[in-house]
Design a protein around this ligand. Structure first.
Ligand code: ATP
Length: 456
């Protein structure tokens, strides 16, 4: 769809999903703020993720580690050494791009071609770019109150390390046995060189991850790597992401991260240049635990309770971006539906579990107190159970359009008849069908409808 990204960015701002960070001060590159609808969507994604991967599983526990960590963590993890991207600089305009982003490089060269052609002795394509150089992506901060005695620390570049450094704590404080996972959701920070494509590449973003510890064995490694690939893709599918927009891509050995024994990306077919990384599944083997053990001198091993064999477990990581998930759920759910009389409606067909508001309540008219009172009573009752929106502006048609654009599955209208028959009109977002439901049945009706797993 043409200009789909422009439409998504504009809808996100207009309907309170996502705003540019610190906008009134001209913004801050690579930062975004979530509005009233956005925070609900993002929280729902995180809640569903936690429910599936922690609450419903006996083999995964959660933690929430600090963002600031002892800088030795980042030496041990290799981030201070290898968490760098090779950059090249354009000799014409001095813009810096990632050397491994071939599409952006080609696009940039195309943009400058007329200019290059005009410069007879100027840069030719082969020396158009500087040699690739490495830049560290870790964001620095300083801790302490006395000038000159401040300690340089880093805002974590990934949430992963908070899990590995707590491996022993979790083992000692729970009854969990290998194979087991530790899950975490939280913010990470990277000095991304080219933030962009809306929230896709930000400098402050949120991740959800599971580090799954297994026996150090090639066969086990393969088995759990495939297992987590399936779990991850099935989770997105269960929440309505279209199958044709997802695919796996194996990393080639030269693009694997410094720690990875095997790596694969779940990719999404985005409107900004096609397939893009959504989530990574990495076989990290014993890289992290061994390194932390070496740098901290703590023993980070596991003793099999049956065989009494001691070993350093291997780790299969699944690591996703909450902001990327939010963006891709938005894009995937966006639809322009042709109606009668050349009319079009924009509707976000978000899975009901993810929809920011489950139901909206409208009094038919805003200037009739008896309608407002009856509607308010229903609204107050529903909001105990569901995230509920209230709207009494404009006409009903406009209110439906507004709720369609935030993906609210049901709208409830209280009209004059309601005062007589104690029933309301419930309108379905996807089919636009309207049904008359008794007020006494309304809560149960909505609960049942919302529990249906897929609305498509
Ligand atoms: P990319 O190749 O896109 O830079 P990556 O391979 O560096 O990503 P990981 O380090 O594997 O990413 O991070 C795991 C997940 O965190 C990614 O799959 C993505 O969903 C999310 N993520 C990483 N960097 C960013 C970012 N700058 N902004 C938003 N989300 C991000």
């Amino acid at each position: 769809m043409e200009n789909l990204m422009e439409k998504i960015v504009s809808l996100a701002k207009r309907r309170g999903f996502i705003y540019p960070g610190s906008e009134i001060y001209g913004g801050l590159g690579g930062t975004w703020d979530y509005g009233p609808a956005g925070v609900e969507l993002k929280n729902n994604i995180k809640r569903e993720w936690w429910r599936t991967f922690v609450q419903l599983r006996d083999d995964v526990v959660g933690i929430d580690a600090a963002i600031l960590m002892n800088p030795k963590v980042w030496e041990a993890s290799g981030h201070l050494e290898s968490f760098t991207d090779p950059l090249v600089e354009c000799k014409v305009c001095h813009e810096r791009l990632r050397a491994d982003h071939e599409d952006e490089i080609k696009e940039h060269e195309k943009r400058h071609q007329p200019r290059i052609d005009r410069i007879e002795t100027g840069p030719k394509e082969k020396d158009f770019w500087t040699e690739p150089q490495k830049f560290n992506l870790m964001v620095e901060a300083s801790l302490g109150v006395i000038e000159g005695k401040k300690q340089t620390v880093y805002l974590r570049g990934e949430i992963t390390q908070g899990v590995h450094v707590n491996f022993k704590n979790v083992l000692d404080s729970t009854r969990i046995k290998i194979p087991f996972g530790i899950a975490q959701v939280g913010k990470a920070f990277r000095n991304e060189i080219t933030p962009g494509n809306f929230t896709f590449r930000s400098r402050e973003f949120e991740q959800f991850e599971i580090q799954y510890y297994i026996k150090p064995d090639e066969k086990e490694g393969k088995k759990w790597f495939e297992y987590w690939k399936n779990e991850v893709i099935n989770w997105y599918l269960s929440l309505g992401i279209k199958k044709e927009n997802l695919r796996f891509r194996d990393h080639t050995p030269d693009e694997r991260a410094h720690y990875a024994k095997d790596a694969c990306d779940l990719e999404y077919n985005s409107p900004f240049g096609g397939w893009k990384e959504f989530q990574g599944i990495h076989h990290r083997a014993d890289w992290d635990l061994s390194r932390h053990s070496k740098f901290s001198s703590e023993k980070l091993t596991y003793t099999d309770p049956e065989t009494k064999k001691e070993f350093t477990p291997w780790d299969i990581e699944s690591s996703g971006g909450v902001d990327r998930a939010t963006l891709f759920f938005l894009i995937d759910a966006y639809e322009e539906e042709k109606l009668e009389k050349d009319e079009t409606r924009v509707v976000l067909r978000l899975h009901p579990k993810l929809a920011p508001y489950k139901v909206a309540v409208f009094p038919l008219l805003a200037n009739k107190q008896e309608l407002i009172n009856a509607a308010k009573k229903i609204y107050d009752d529903l909001k105990i159970e569901f995230m509920t929106a209230w709207d009494d502006r404009g006409n009903i048609g406009k209110r439906y359009r507004a709720q369609d654009e935030v993906g609210t599955p049901y709208c409830v209208t209280i009209d004059f008849e309601s005062l007589e028959d104690n029933a309301v009109t419930v309108r379905d977002r996807d089919s636009m069908k309207q049904e008359r439901i008794a007020i006494s049945e309304l809560k149960n009706y909505l609960k049942n409808e919302l529990q249906k797993t897929n609305t498509r």
